[in-house]
Design a protein around this ligand. Sequence first.
Ligand code: MF3
Ligand code: CO
Length: 249
Amino acid sequence: MIIVKSKNELAIMQEAGRIVAGALEVVKNAVAPGITTAELDKLAKEYIISQGATPAFKGYQGYPANICTSVNDQVVHGIPGPIALKEGDIISVDIGAFYKGYCGDAARTYPVGKVSSEALDLIKVTKEAFFKGLEFARVGYRVSDISHAIQVYVEERGYSVVKALVGHGIGQEMHEEPQVPNFGPPGRGPRLREGMTLAIEPMVNQGTDQVRVLDDGWTVVTQDGSLSAHYEHTIAITRDQPLILTQGE
Ligand code: MF3
Ligand code: CO
């Protein structure tokens, strides 16, 4: 069942989303050669708590950290630790927070210092794919119209979309119905209705779409070792334009 949110609930989700956006900004400003991903985790946690919110990932199905930090060929769910970032790395940062009982979830990929033009293009196309999908996040379309638009945009540019992981409904739970894949034929899945809230999150690889999970049980990496990027916002379906909830001020 897809849970439709009231105006009041959307206002709270927007507050949760602002906190997530603020935490991403704090991490973005700290990303540089030499900082460890554990230090980024601590900065995000402290910011989220300072805003009266709670990190959403910690303890989720046993997840051991506050945020996900996925470097280079790591797609998602990288666990922060004592490894320092290096010039030329790219890092995908995924942050969730609960505020007044509602969840916000967003992700970004950042360059570390100067990175290759190939890496910058991957990051750019991943972001653009999100906004291409967002064009279909409106009443009158179905969930897979978003999915299809993302896949076509990415594949036309020579990249692949990860299919083993999908976006999702979000609200009082981090993961609610419906699933929001980043691939598939258009015109399928539930019709979009005012008040639905979705986390749309393309994960885009330079090479194969195939992924595997490392022995830590969490970190998803590309099979071929190629780079991967991630871009996610929590959004609401409204009477007209979709509303991005995980937006700063
Ligand atoms: N943003 C991720 C998602 O959409 C968060 C899950 S990571 C976990 O599913 F650590 F919490 F498991
Ligand atoms: Co998500």
